[in-house]
Design a protein around this ligand. Structure first.
Ligand code: BGP
Length: 478
């Protein structure tokens, strides 16, 4: 059998995208709560005028209600259990526990929600996998402190992480410190609380924020290790398999540079415990003044002591690099950019569908780091149609996932140590990049449209039974 008998099959979500209940039981606002929905979401965040002010007159805020998982979690976990989930990756909304982020005492009501959520998972023997921070830092930390470029956030984050680690150490074994930490390349607002109006358009701030996050992550990892030797703490980043458009050495070099920057930089620091050799070149490329980063000897010691046990990563697509720009067509991908790959089809959002790229990713990461890998996000965002008889025939999703699982299985045959697979948005939720419900990933359909209208009822899609059979056969019956 290819996959280990304790392989962690499951699904993944993030608090800000599904919980809803954004202002109850003491929860404060998070950066996601201040992000307008709609296709223009990324453009709004990148605009110099955007300053995290909630402006309900002009925009909708889909993250406020999500799919109201806060009040439906028992029903949702029961459906996950019916599919046979062995693991469920979710995040804790930081602003439920520390509403403004800088308090010293946690909000007990917020913790009670996660007590129940975790116990509900354990009731079905589903292993909870926690992302400590997934695009939902308290809004106050972005507005009053300027986001992660401010060193004070290290203390706030570590306090938050310690509360969770201490409280759940006997119930939760698998943890990740930051979701897609390398996404700050294009998503600095969500992941670092940085937008142009608070300096997010200056790369020095992005690198400074990263440095503070690296120190915070390492402190949390070290604390977890010292607290309980059973805990497994990982990092989490996006991996995008990156090909050169052609054999022109100029394009090959540009590809290597982009791989170092996007796929390796953050992982190198968190896995190896040191900045990679190409850091100075990267700083120069982005006009970063490294003195402003305030990287002290003490910081480097902490980073070296807090290395992770495994690499969690998301994989959705591959990208193509071309510096010369000869004969290329731009890809339709608004998130990662790059040029079109003539050999691949794209999703409706221009994300190149590339199952072989996942085998490449797994071999590349394992070859470089030699520690266990966990695919904690993968999937196809698509517009689903409800048929007249109420069914959802999402064969395109089944096809996508099937090919990616086949590719995983090849990688395991190649010798890669793979811990598990938790496809993204196992239940439909609000999209991170568009802020819309209509970009769906789930095995479970949620009856809500982009404006939040609908019954909010859950329906099983065709992929629900298919995934159940996949898990049941430990990935052999695809
Ligand atoms: C990752 C994020 C998730 C998620 C997913 C799909 O970047 O970690 O939060 O949303 O991508 O992206 P989208 O929702 O933009 O389709």
């Amino acid at each position: 059998m290819t996959f280990k008998t304790d392989f962690l099959w499951g699904g993944a979500t993030a608090a800000n995208q599904l919980e809803g209940a954004y202002d109850i039981d003491g929860k404060g606002l998070s950066v996601a709560d201040a992000m307008p929905g709609g296709k223009e979401r990324l453009a709004i965040l990148a605009s110099p005028e955007f300053d995290w002010t909630i402006d309900t007159e002009h925009f909708t805020y889909p993250n406020h209600d999500g799919i109201d998982h806060y009040h439906h979690f028992k029903e949702d976990i029961a459906l996950f259990a019916e599919m046979g989930f062995k693991a469920y990756r979710f995040s804790v909304a930081w602003s439920r526990i520390f509403p403004k982020g800088d308090e010293t005492t946690p909000n007990e009501k917020g913790l009670l929600f996660y007590d129940q959520l975790i116990d509900e998972c354990l009731k079905y023997r589903i292993e909870p996998v926690i992302t400590i921070s997934h695009y939902e830092m308290p809004l106050n930390l972005a507005k009053s402190y300027g986001g992660w470029k401010n060193r004070e956030l290290i203390e706030f984050y570590v306090r938050f992480a310690k509360v969770l680690l201490e409280r759940y150490q006997d119930k939760v074994k698998y943890w990740m410190t930051f979701n897609e930490i390398n996404s700050a390349t294009f998503f600095s607002g969500l992941s670092q609380g940085l937008v142009p109006s608070n300096g997010g358009d200056d790369k020095t701030n992005v690198f400074k924020a990263w440095h503070n996050q690296f120190v915070a992550s390492a402190q949390a990892v070290k604390f977890g290790h010292d607290l309980n030797k059973n805990l497994k703490l990982g990092c989490m980043s996006i991996y995008s398999t990156t090909y050169s458009f052609d054999a022109n050495p100029v394009n090959q070099l540009a590809t290597q540079e982009s791989i170092q920057e996007f796929n390796y930089f953050c992982n190198d620091v968190q896995v190896r415990g040191a900045y990679p050799a190409f850091t100075n070149r990267l700083h120069r490329k982005h006009g970063v003044n490294s003195e402003v980063l305030e990287i002290s000897e003490e910081d480097l010691k902490i980073i070296a002591e807090g290395t992770v046990d495994y690499i969690g990563f998301s994989y959705y697509m591959s990208t193509v690099e071309s510096k010369t720009g000869e004969g290329v067509q731009a890809s339709g991908n608004m998130v990662l950019g790059g040029v079109k790959n003539p050999f691949l089809k794209e999703s409706e959002w221009g994300w190149a569908i590339d199952p072989d790229g996942l085998r490449y990713a797994l071999n590349d990461l394992y070859g470089r780091y030699q520690i266990p890998l966990f695919i904690v996000e993968n999937g196809l965002g698509a517009i689903d149609k409800v048929e007249e008889d109420g069914t959802i025939q999402d064969d395109y999703r089944i096809d996508y996932l099937k090919k990616h699982i086949q590719s995983m299985s090849e990688a395991v045959e190649d010798g890669v140590e793979l811990m598990g697979y938790t496809p993204w948005g196992c239940i439909d939720l609000v999209s991170a990049s568009t802020g819309e419900m209509s970009k769906r990933y789930g095995f479970i359909y949620v009856d809500l449209d982009d404006s939040g209208n609908g019954t909010n009822k859950r329906f099983k899609k065709k992929s629900f039974d298919w995934y159940k059979q996949v898990i049941d056969s430990n990935g052999t019956n695809l």
